[in-house]
Structure formats: structure tokens, C-alpha cells
Design a protein around this ligand. Structure first.
Ligand SMILES: O=P(O)(O)OC[C@H]1O[C@](O)(COP(=O)(O)O)[C@@H](O)[C@@H]1O
Ligand SMILES: [Mn+2]
Length: 644
């Protein structure tokens, strides 16, 4: 090793004892049990449901409470205490309202602080003291540490602890301490979070999910097709931009664009008012809770049409300039007979309904009108200059990737494109054939390149981001074609079908999954593939655990729009030192419901895998990097301090 590097390191570890201490510390960590990984996917803007899953650690908080108190407490007491950990502020308000006598309230505080400390201690057994310290509320670190590391056998100290707790109460700090401890517990039950794609679209609050993730202690993201659409818009792709606005209009979420990201939609509205009328195919989906006036509904319907038509036009020059995409069959606006209002698809003619082609020149259907061009320029400029979106997109780039190999598992939102016979499907890109891991790597390369050059709008890298959203060989999409146009304008449902890549059938087989794990240099004996993207239809008996446990699909539908299809409200996965557990969540109503009724959304656990012995940090990704650090420190010891 370069001795200059060791000299530099010696500035930090400037005596033998410091090096030795660090080596001992790292070796101790290697022997601790592996931290708990938490996997979620397809959040689709459902901020409150996601918050709930984070706060209860997919049922992990309650498990820990049960481990400690199941002999002493009733189910009702367990639920009530769990609620306090999930939503401390709201639950404390409720308790204060219900307990009128100050003495009784103080007694409740004293007991509750005791229980909270016990649970914190229990949840932190897997961590070093220094790591636990980082998770404690800063203003209470000293006090909590005194309480956490007490040794009860010295009875003379018992009085000291009681005094500390009573003093906290008399100083009026009990609520704050309980709240701080609740958040500490939430943080301790999960060591690391994986988001397996699709944070954006359909639901109302993707920006708030992003803020939560940006403040989370440890997280990585595997991009979903909806996420890359937003990244594409920020990177300068007009067609991605048109798509995100179209989806926001469709789900009555234009305030995400306008209010949360500060994009002015007036120019688009003016254009929409001029050319479009009411149209049943473009009315927004409105959830029961939303109050929308008739006038507003009409405006959104018009915007929806205006931006959809811009999108369809924008797709055409990309398809023409990128023969690698092999998407000629999607040049739909050229297949329309505008006089008859019909379209010819695969040799069959279909009548078109609910059309809105006022801005189309049948001779040159892909041409944008001057007004459309101007609107688009303005939208793109504001999207690319939104400070908040910029921060969030950069975070997605920093923490995200197309796939991730983590502790022996392969995490990927969609699929690995395959042929019917199970072999890897090739895609030719600029003269070279790619498949499997190499294909995903080249996709990621283009996505990052596009983001690095936001002023380029029509280059191949930027076009490729759109391909990732909708292309047949995209590992994020993995369907033959996206039939958005057909869904709006053709009544025959047969044309709406989106044929899935053979991967989605073949992933039921253990052999397929083993082969894919091998393709990514992972051990097929140990590894699993973890997917999101396709809602598991539990309602029709579909099992999220496939291929003899090698494949786990965790998209159960956080998205309300998909819950009637799946029958539940989402799956999450926990991987702790004992193995993997899949958790099925029932529909989340509201936090008020949880706080008031003390009923948690039921979580059913299924054992995916059980480690024969408890897994330690040394067997994980982090363990490997700790071992590397130890090796360097040993070299430093030899080089600098051995002969003194
Ligand atoms: O549910 P909607 O709004 O009709 O959208 C349907 C479209 O969404 C997609 O399912 C993609 O989104 P997902 O990644 O969430 O599945 C397309 O395949 C399909 O055309
Ligand atoms: Mn998806």
C-alpha cells in the first residue's frame, strides 16, 4: 500500500493506542448480529400509509413490545403502548385529556418512561453504544444513557434513577422525553431501508415521501419506471415532462406540480381552454375524500387532453430518430384516418371514441403548434429550475440505482428481460448487443449521462430515459408496449392489454431465479431476487413468494387505485439476523383511527427463510467494508508503530 496514504491516516490515529482501539471496536461490531433491513416498494405517493409502515417498522415495534410484555399485559395494553411509540404526540394528547388528576398523570408518566427505557434498551441490544447514542434525542442523551445503562442490583442506585425520572416530570419534560424515546425506538428497530422503486405518481404526496427519505438514517433506492419519468423531466426530456403532468392530471394531483414544486400551469391551462372541451375519457380520477368543483373538474379534463396530445406528438420524433428502440408500431398518430376517425392497428381497423385532435395537422401529426411549443418551453424551464425538485432528484441519483446487490440479494423494481426459453433477451444499442447485467449497466449509464447534461433535450441519453419508462426491453417496464393511447381512444379492451415479458411467468421457476442470481455474480444458494412493480393479486390466490422462496414480489398495492385489484394494501419485507419475513398490510385508514382505536393495521407474517444460525455483521456488505478497514489499520500498525 502507498505509504503516503498510511502517513495521512497516521494523522488521525497518531498513537498506537488509537489504532488498537479502533481495531478492537471494528472487530466487536463484526461480531454483532446483522441489523434489520426493511424493504418497501411501489409507494406511489401514499405518504400516510408509508409513514405508518415506517413508524411501526412493519410490525417490528409491536413484536418487540410483545417479547417484553406479553406475559404481563393484555392485547389492549400492548396495542395502546404500540400506538404511543408510533404517534407519540397525538397519543400523549389523548392521554392528557383522559387522565384528569395530576397525580395520576404523573404516575402514568413515571411508569411509561420506565417502559420506554426498557423497550429502548431491548431494541438497542444489537448495536454498539456509540450507534445508540447517535439515535438518541440530543437534548436528552445524558439522562437517557444514565437510565439505559443502569444496573439494578445496586439498590442504592435505584433511588437515584427514581429521582431522575421524578425530576424530569416535575420540570414538565416528561412528554418531550417520551416523544424523543418513541422516535428513537422507531429508528432502532430498522437499521436500513430499501425502497424498491415507484415513489412517484397516482398518490398525492410523493414530495413528502422524498423529504422523509432524505431525513432517514440509512436508505437506498432502486428506481422504478415512475421515478425515472420524473428524473427524465428534470434531466430535460420533454416527453417525460408531458407524461408526469398527464398522470398528475389523470389522478387529480396537479397541485403536486403547482404547489409543491412551484410550476406555473397557467400557460398550459390557457392552451387547454382554447382547444378542448369536456371529455369523459379524460376526466380525473377523484377519490372519495377529495372535494372538487364541477368547474375545476372541467379544467383538469381540458389540461389532461392538452398534455396527452403533446405527449403523443413528442413520442414520434424519438421513435424515428432511435431505430434501436424498435418502436415504429407506436407511431400511432400516423395510423389514424382523421376524416373517418378510425385507426388501423395490426391490420385491424378500430373506431376512435372521445377524440380530441384539434391541434393535429393530419399531414404532419407529430408537429407541435407554436402555442404548444411555447407552453412546453415554459414548463420545461420551470421544472428544471424548481429548487425543491432539484434537491429531490439529486437525492434520487445519489442514493439510487437501477438494481442493487445487497447482502447477497438482488433488488430490482421490474425485471430482467428474458426470451420465452428463459435465455437473456438482447437489445442492440448503438451497434452493440447487450443483455442481463450488461444491459442494465448501460441503461444506468445513459440515465446518469442524461442527468449530467440537463441542457440537452434531444440527445440519445435523454431519449433513453423515456425508453426506460415505456420500452419493451426496459428492466423497469418489461411489457411489450404501453397502451396509453388505446386506453383513451379505443373502446375494444383487447387493444388495452399490455403483454408482459416472459420474465414474469418464468420467475415462478427456481431455475430461472438461480440463473439470474448467477448472472449478477450472486450466490444462487443464498440469494433472493426482490421485485416490486407488478401488484400481487392476493385476491386471486397469487403468492408473493415464488420459485421456492428465491423470488419475493413486494408490490401489494400501497396505491389506493390498485387495492381493489390486490385485495390488500401492500407487502413489506424484513430481513433480520434470524431470516426474512414477509408482512402483508391491511388497508391503512388514517392515523387518527390508529390513535383513537388503538388498533394497528393487521400485519400477517410469513416466514420466507430462516437462518440456521444467527447472521452476524461480518457476513454482510458492511461487514466486508469493516474488514477492509481493519486490514488497513493493521498495516498502519505494522508500518508506523511495530518497531518502536
Ligand atoms: O393505472 P393507469 O393510470 O391506467 O396506468 C396504467 C399504466 O401504468 C402502468 O401499469 C405503469 O405503471 P406501474 O409501474 O405502476 O405498473 C402501465 O403499464 C400502464 O399503461
Ligand atoms: Mn412500476
Amino acid at each position: 500500500m502507498d505509504t503516503k496514504y498510511l502517513d495521512l491516516l497516521a494523522e488521525k490515529y497518531d498513537c498506537e493506542e488509537k489504532v488498537a482501539t479502533e481495531i478492537i471496536n471494528l472487530e466487536a461490531i463484526l461480531n454483532l448480529p446483522k441489523g434489520t433491513e426493511h424493504f418497501v416498494s411501489d409507494l406511489h405517493g401514499e405518504y400516510y400509509a408509508f409513514q405508518h409502515v415506517l413508524r411501526n417498522g412493519s410490525g417490528n415495534v409491536k413484536e418487540k413490545i410483545k417479547d417484553l410484555y406479553k406475559e404481563k399485559w393484555t392485547q389492549k395494553q400492548i396495542n395502546s403502548f404500540a400506538t404511543l411509540v408510533y404517534y407519540p404526540e397525538e397519543k400523549l394528547e389523548l392521554v392528557k385529556k383522559n387522565i384528569e388528576s395530576p397525580q395520576r398523570l404523573n404516575q402514568w408518566y413515571a411508569e411509561t418512561i420506565g417502559h420506554m427505557i426498557k423497550l429502548t434498551a431491548f431494541a438497542s441490544t444489537k448495536y454498539t453504544r456509540s450507534k445508540v447514542r447517535k439515535a438518541l434525542p440530543v437534548q436528552f442523551v445524558y439522562i437517557i444513557e444514565e437510565l439505559l445503562y443502569k444496573t439494578d442490583e445496586f439498590t442504592n442506585k435505584k433511588e437515584y434513577y427514581t429521582k431522575i425520572i421524578n425530576r424530569i416530570i416535575s420540570l414538565g419534560m416528561a412528554s418531550k422525553l417520551i416523544t424523543g424515546l418513541a422516535y428513537t425506538i422507531q429508528r432502532l428497530v430498522v437499521d436500513h431501508l430499501h425502497v424498491v422503486g415507484d415513489i412517484y405518481d397516482r398518490g398525492a404526496n410523493p414530495d413528502r415521501i422524498m423529504d422523509t427519505l432524505m431525513n432517514y438514517h440509512s436508505v437506498d433506492i432502486q428506481w422504478g419506471n415512475h421515478d425515472v419519468l420524473w428524473m427524465g423531466a428534470y434531466a430535460g426530456s420533454k416527453v417525460c415532462l408531458a407524461n408526469i403532468i398527464r398522470i398528475c392530471a389523470r389522478y387529480n394531483n396537479l397541485d403536486i406540480i403547482e404547489d409543491f414544486y412551484g410550476i406555473n400551469l397557467i400557460p398550459l391551462l390557457n392552451l387547454a381552454e382554447k382547444y378542448y372541451q369536456d371529455n369523459p375519457a379524460f376526466r380525473p380520477k377523484i377519490s372519495a375524500e377529495d372535494r372538487v368543483s364541477e368547474n375545476e373538474k372541467l379544467q383538469i379534463t381540458k389540461i389532461h387532453q392538452a398534455i396527452a396530445m403533446i405527449q403523443f406528438k413528442l413520442e414520434m420524433p424519438i421513435i424515428k430518430r432511435c431505430p434501436d428502440f424498435q418502436m415504429k408500431q407506436r407511431l400511432l398518430l400516423e395510423k389514424i384516418d382523421y376524416a373517418r376517425q378510425t385507426i388501423c392497428l395490426n391490420g385491424k381497423t378500430y373506431p376512435l371514441t372521445n377524440t380530441c385532435f384539434a391541434t393535429i395537422n393530419p399531414e404532419h401529426p407529430e408537429d407541435l403548434t407554436t402555442e404548444e411549443e411555447q407552453v412546453l418551453e415554459r414548463l420545461l424551464h420551470s421544472i428544471q429550475h424548481s429548487e425543491k425538485l432539484g434537491r429531490q432528484m439529486n437525492f434520487l441519483l445519489d442514493k439510487g440505482s437501477l438494481y442493487l446487490k445487497y447482502n447477497g440479494n438482488l433488488l430490482i423494481h421490474g425485471c430482467i428481460p428474458l426470451n420465452e426459453d428463459g435465455s437473456l433477451k438482447k437489445m442492440r444499442i448503438q451497434g452493440i448487443n447487450y443483455s442481463g447485467k450488461a444491459l442494465l449497466d448501460v441503461f444506468e449509464h445513459y440515465l446518469r449521462e442524461s442527468c449530467a447534461h440537463p441542457s440537452l433535450h434531444d440527445d440519445f441519453a435523454t431519449d433513453m430515459v423515456w425508453y426506460l419508462w415505456t420500452g419493451e426491453n426496459s428492466s423497469l417496464f418489461g411489457k411489450k408496449e404501453m397502451t396509453t393511447f388505446e386506453r383513451y381512444f379505443i373502446a375494444d379492451k383487447e387493444t388495452h392489454r399490455e403483454q408482459k415479458n416472459p420474465y414474469y411467468k418464468l420467475r415462478e421457476l427456481e431455475t430461472t431465479c438461480r440463473r439470474i442470481l448467477g448472472e449478477f455474480d450472486l450466490d444462487p444458494e443464498e440469494g433472493h431476487i426482490i421485485n416490486g412493480h407488478t401488484p400481487v393479486q392476493e385476491i386471486n390466490g397469487e403468492n408473493p413468494i415464488k420459485a421456492n422462496g428465491k423470488m419475493i414480489v413486494i408490490d401489494g398495492g400501497f396505491s389506493k387505485a390498485y387495492q381493489s385489484e390486490t385485495g390488500i394494501a401492500g407487502y413489506t419485507l424484513l430481513y433480520n439476523s434470524y431470516g426474512m419475513q414477509l408482512v402483508a398490510h391491511q388497508r391503512f385508514t388514517s392515523k387518527e383511527d390508529v390513535v383513537l382505536k388503538g388498533t394497528d393495521v393487521l400485519s400477517v407474517r410469513r416466514l420466507v427463510d430462516r437462518e440456521l444460525r444467527r447472521k452476524k455483521v461480518m457476513e454482510t456488505n458492511i461487514g466486508q467494508s469493516l474488514k477492509d478497514q481493519i486490514a488497513v489499520l493493521n498495516q498502519l500498525l505494522m508500518y508506523r508503530y511495530a518497531n518502536r
